[in-house]
Design a protein around this ligand. Structure first.
Ligand code: SF4
Length: 106
């Protein structure tokens, strides 16, 4: 005879093993997504980044009237200090920055 004593209960009923696994994996997945989004939101493009160097990225634009905030590839809000860029996936660029791929926002 086998006596199972390690039940997990949810809403007063014991969870089946597959349901428990689903709940654990769902929670782990949600945490991973949340943490990943937070890390990505904090990561800024560095001028030392090889891709940034290749695109001559400068954190503060040296070209009058051309910066990330008025570039077609900028994904940040108009009044934000930083935002995403289509060329730097998972990172943020400064709204005041500039690179050689700058294109006028329509
Ligand atoms: Fe800024 Fe260059 Fe990205 Fe345009 S393409 S948003 S200028 S980093």
């Amino acid at each position: 005879m086998c006596l199972q004593v390690n039940h997990w209960f949810i809403f007063g009923e014991p969870m089946k093993n597959s349901r428990r696994q689903f709940m654990i994996l769902s929670a782990a997945g949600a945490c991973t997504l949340a943490l990943n989004g937070k890390v990505q939101a904090q990561a800024m493009v560095s001028e030392a980044d090889p891709q940034a160097k290749a695109l001559k990225y400068l954190a503060v634009s040296d070209v009058a009237g051309k910066n990330c905030s008025n570039c077609a590839l900028y994904q940040g809000k108009p009044d934000s200090a930083a935002g995403g860029c289509a060329l730097f996936a998972g990172k943020q660029v400064s709204a005041k920055a500039h690179c050689s791929a700058w294109a006028k926002k329509a």
